[in-house]
Design a protein around this ligand. Structure first.
Ligand code: URA
Length: 473
């Protein structure tokens, strides 16, 4: 039995690729997680001991497998990497659809572990609290159940890019030196007042002598074709550096030690706001959706249409209203004679909420909690675009912007003044037409929606812009 020591997904993958290509059966090898105090691969087999692969063709593991593996590699169970290898082996050796078989013991366990890690990472993002431990230096102590720092490190680097910080946990630590993330051995307890010294110690000692991430990267570069690099943590960091939020804001958030919603961090233009929304984790929807779907249209628009949430196609493409409901909306916009230059389209909730049914992802209605988590993004969008009119499409958007007990039958087509805007109307969502119980009902709703769309557009043209509004004239 060959034993390999790995410490994260990347180091596991580099070895697993070779072992799978060499045809080594799961029972002939085992993986264990490095304790991190010692050099990687000390006294263990390493990847150089592996025979060269039987075939020259590249191993293809699906994106779905890779995504699952990234989460499971963070699970605390000592068999996490062995389970991954067994799954990879089975997929490549006659069971290509294995991951669909949720009754299979290995798959069921993998899905359970994935959910546990996801929940743990989400809790860490929500509960980590930094405290100042020196000039521009911050420390947070947290006790996760799993090895989640690799999952949450990039999130905090984006959030607090311009100060130095460390998150300590009993399993591992992560530090940010304003340029990159470093991971190292954990600390058994909260160092309390000594946290300052810990941050310094890390900087002057550990960072220069021990860096598993760096070891893994050079190994990966040796082992991995360039096409795999897109998923390397360092590559992601480049992107995060480019999109890092403004430092004053980050400091303000840390020092306040209160969970300030990231939308309220003082963004002065839509671009900055939307970039920040891409890393929002104010509720758990971000854990399942592919991406945040932000609004689209000119910042000088006079009319904003607010939908409910992205659907399946929107989630995949990152654009609002591009699926079936969006195509119908486009038709109605054209029929109403609305110039796209005057129009901005967005959603009350920025992540797709769905339930999986086999291959399909079925829309779920967002809850009041999801609406509340996303509301600050929408409010700030309205403040920045400052349109003359807002038209909510569907009851969810109306409940987010007008009133929690909004009823479509009672209030469709009425103009309301609300704290975040003085002229908001609501009408049906285009998908209500698609789902209408009869052709007659669909035709009636279509003409009512069209009338409301025209009405909102005409008001947006006729009403004078408010002081400070940057709308098209
Ligand atoms: N439905 C919505 O409410 N918004 C979209 O972006 C797509 C469908």
């Amino acid at each position: 039995m060959r034993r390999f020591t790995v410490d994260d997904f990347d180091s596991w993958r580099a070895i697993a690729r070779q072992a799978l290509a060499a045809g080594i059966e799961p029972r002939a090898l085992s993986f264990q997680r490095s304790k991190q105090e010692k050099t990687l691969f000390d006294d263990e087999a390493n990847d150089d001991d592996l025979p060269s692969s039987r075939s020259a063709s590249p191993l293809r593991l699906s994106k779905e497998f890779i995504a699952l593996a990234q989460m499971i590699s963070c699970h605390r169970d000592p068999n996490a990497f062995n389970l991954l290898y067994r799954l990879g082996w089975r997929v490549l050796n006659g069971e290509p659809l294995l991951l669909r078989d949720t009754l299979d013991d290995d798959v069921a366990r993998a899905v359970r572990w994935q959910q546990q890690v996801r929940r743990d990472a989400h809790k860490a993002k929500a509960f980590v609290r930094f405290r100042p431990v020196g000039e521009q230096k911050f420390f947070a102590w947290h006790r996760p159940d799993h090895w989640v720092l690799k999952l949450i490190g990039p999130f905090f680097a984006r959030r607090f890019p311009n100060v130095e910080w460390m998150i300590g946990t009993p399993l591992e630590i992560v530090t940010w030196n304003r340029r990159k993330l470093e991971y190292g051995a954990g600390m058994p307890t909260d160092p309390g007042a000594d946290a300052d010294a810990c941050v310094d110690l890390w900087k002057t000692y550990y960072a220069s002598t021990y860096n598993p991430a760096r070891t893994n990267v050079s190994m990966m570069k040796r082992e991995m074709p360039v096409r795999y690099w897109a998923t390397m943590p360092e590559t992601a960091l480049i992107q995060e550096l480019l999109t890092a939020a403004d430092s004053r804001t980050a400091e303000m958030i840390i020092k306040g030690e209160t969970p300030v919603h990231p939308a309220n961090a003082g963004y002065t233009n839509l671009h900055g706001l939307n970039e920040a929304a891409r890393s929002c984790s104010a509720c758990e929807l971000c854990e399942h959706a592919t991406q945040t779907v932000v609004g689209r249209g000119p910042p000088s628009a006079r009319l904003i249409l607010v939908g409910e949430q992205p659907g399946d196609e929107e989630d995949r493409t990152g654009q609002p209203f591009v699926g079936p409901a969006g195509r119908l909306l486009e038709e109605l916009i054209a029929e109403a004679g609305i110039d796209r230059e005057w129009l901005y389209v967005t959603n009350a909730v920025k992540h797709f909420y769905f339930v999986e049914r086999g291959e399909r992802r079925l829309h779920k209605r967002p809850s009041a909690r999801h609406l509340a988590a996303c509301q600050p993004w929408l409010h700030r969008e309205l403040e920045l675009v400052r349109p003359v009119m807002v038209l909510c499409l569907g009851v969810t958007a109306a409940q987010s912007l007008i009133a929690a007990d909004f009823r479509m039958n009672a209030s469709r087509g009425k103009v309301f003044s609300v704290p975040h805007h003085q002229a908001v109307m609501a009408t049906y969502h285009p998908s209500a037409i698609v789902r209408a119980p009869s052709a007659e009902a669909a035709a009636r709703m279509r003409s009512e929606l069209l009338a409301n769309l025209r009405q909102a557009f005409e008001l947006s043209v006729a009403r004078p812009a408010q002081a400070g509004q940057n709308v098209k004239r």
